[in-house]
Design a protein around this ligand. Structure first.
Ligand SMILES: Nc1ncnc2c1ncn2[C@@H]1O[C@H](COP(=O)(O)OP(=O)(O)OP(=O)(O)O)[C@@H](O)[C@H]1O
Ligand SMILES: [Mg+2]
Length: 453
């Protein structure tokens, strides 16, 4: 369902006219008809409002001092082409109205208007707008569905991941994807959605970690007009946008306890209350969450609520780091190279045997993403169609193959390094995972000469 069709989101109209009496009467009429209305006395104010929010319909007076309706219409075509434009004109300038139609206006109405005729026209304009956005949405989801998302991997771990997706995708079960950065968590989330019956409805992503304190609630749940300073309009949250589809809660381990409480309630009740709102609205969504942190461990330190953890951990999908599935390295490298063959239209691209060896020997702390970057870089910077060792990033070239570890110290060094890499060289997190304090970890890093690369 589009935003415009949703019963809980009133269609929005912007009225632009230099005559106060026209603005006031139109505002009153449209409000009575259940629309949300803003008015502007000229193009300047109109553009300000258009910068703040999207309108379903704009009703523009053609003759205005300074900037006229036609010029405003032209600006709007660049700024917000999806808004349906209706022109208002006095009888004398019907010709101009025809000009506006040619420039893409939906229709025009001659002043003074008959209220019924106007209501009817706006209703049709709104229908037109809904159909248009529905078309656009369908087109987008068709594109997403038509573009298959291959999950490459021959390791038992990746086969298991693919099998789990196949089994769980058709259900409505909540999925929790865990794995270090760059292992393909988002890819898995998209595959779950694409293989589910919800695939023709939106997949809405929330990057929970990227949002500033206080913004997440209104981002997730929406807010009512006037909920806080600056909330000049009703705002639909991500849950409402995901109605009928899937919501992907990325970096779920990074949300604050207070939001965790609200989130848990929404997941349990399948209803959201907008910030500043008094009633809740029902929403139909499927949840996929992802994190590169160990959520289980976070529940033990109290950073993540246990009840929310259990609510999310219905079907866990764990993606191991690439270094633990070395057999996936070359298939992935070939896959990324294949994508470049297509996108750059260079069918001659290939990997030299030495480059393959080097790729295979490197531990890929940044996982598939790092491998993808290395291949892309090599192809872009390399001079021949064959990727050679010298085209690979220096750290990939130089990391000497580790001699088999025999002494206890070697094993300890390798383990400490692996854990640090898993935690992106965050000493606090790595120390916690190793069960030692930070001071001890610093000491070991110094002794083993380990430092963030
Ligand atoms: N098994 C795979 N097969 C094909 N492509 C993969 C695979 N794993 C990862 N990729 C690709 O590697 C890149 C990184 O993957 P993605 O963004 O899904 O990782 P992530 O786990 O979400 O990372 P982060 O924790 O940093 O958000 C993407 O371009 C993705 O398509
Ligand atoms: Mg991601």
């Amino acid at each position: 369902m589009t935003a415009a069709q949703k019963p809980n989101a009133a269609p929005t109209i912007l009225v632009v006219d230099d005559e106060a009496v026209v603005r006031d009467s139109l505002r009153a009429w449209f409000r009575d008809d259940g629309y949300e209305v803003d008015v502007a006395e000229g193009a300047h104010r109109a553009l300000e409002l258009l910068g703040e929010r999207a309108y379903d319909i704009a009703l523009l007076d053609i003759k205005m001092p300074e900037v006229d309706g036609l010029a405003l219409q032209a600006r709007m075509r660049e700024l917000c082409p999806e808004t349906t434009v209706v022109m208002m004109t006095a009888y004398a300038s019907v010709e101009t109205a025809v000009q506006a139609l040619k420039a893409g206006a939906y229709d025009y109405i001659v002043k003074p208007f008959d209220p019924d005729e106007l209501s009817h026209l706006i209703e049709r304009a709104h229908e037109h707008r809904s159909l248009q956005s529905e078309n656009l949405r369908l087109k987008r989801s068709l594109e997403a569905v038509a573009t298959p998302l291959p999950i490459v991997g021959v390791s038992p771990a990746m086969r298991h991941v693919v099998e789990l997706i196949r089994k769980v995708a058709p259900t409505d079960a909540t999925v929790l994807v865990q794995g270090p950065s760059g292992t393909g968590k988002e890819l898995v989330a998209r595959a779950v959605h694409a293989q589910s019956p919800r695939r023709y409805d939106p997949l809405v992503t929330v990057h929970c970690g990227a949002l500033a304190e206080g913004v997440l609630e209104s981002e997730l749940f929406g807010h009512e007009k006037g909920a806080f300073t600056g909330a000049s309009h009703l705002h639909q949250g991500k849950f409402e946008q995901a109605d009928g589809g899937t919501i992907f809660l990325d970096e779920i381990g990074d949300i604050r306890p207070q939001v965790q409480v609200d989130l848990l309630r929404v997941l349990e009740e399948k209803r959201v209350t907008r910030v500043g709102g008094r009633r809740s609205v029902p929403v139909d969504f499927r949840v996929v969450a992802a994190t590169n942190r160990d959520l289980r461990a976070l529940t033990r330190t109290g950073e993540f609520r246990e009840d929310l953890f259990w609510r999310l951990n219905v079907v866990p999908i764990d993606i191991p780091p690439l270094r633990e599935r070395p057999e996936d390295v070359l298939p992935l490298a070939e896959h990324f190279l294949g994508e470049l063959r297509r996108s750059m239209n260079r069918r001659d691209l290939r990997l030299s045997d030495e480059a393959r060896e080097r790729l295979q020997a490197y531990p890929w702390p940044g996982n598939a993403r790092e491998l993808q970057n290395a291949i892309e870089r090599a192809v872009v910077l390399g001079s021949s169609p064959c990727v050679e060792v010298r085209d690979l990033p220096r750290y990939v070239r130089e990391d000497p193959p580790q001699p088999p570890s025999t002494s206890l110290a070697d094993v300890e060094r390798a383990h400490v390094r692996a854990v640090l890499e898993d935690h992106d060289w965050n000493v606090t997190h790595a120390a916690r995972a190793l069960g030692i304090d930070r001071g001890t970890l610093y000491h070991k890093m110094h002794r083993f000469e380990l430092a963030r690369p």
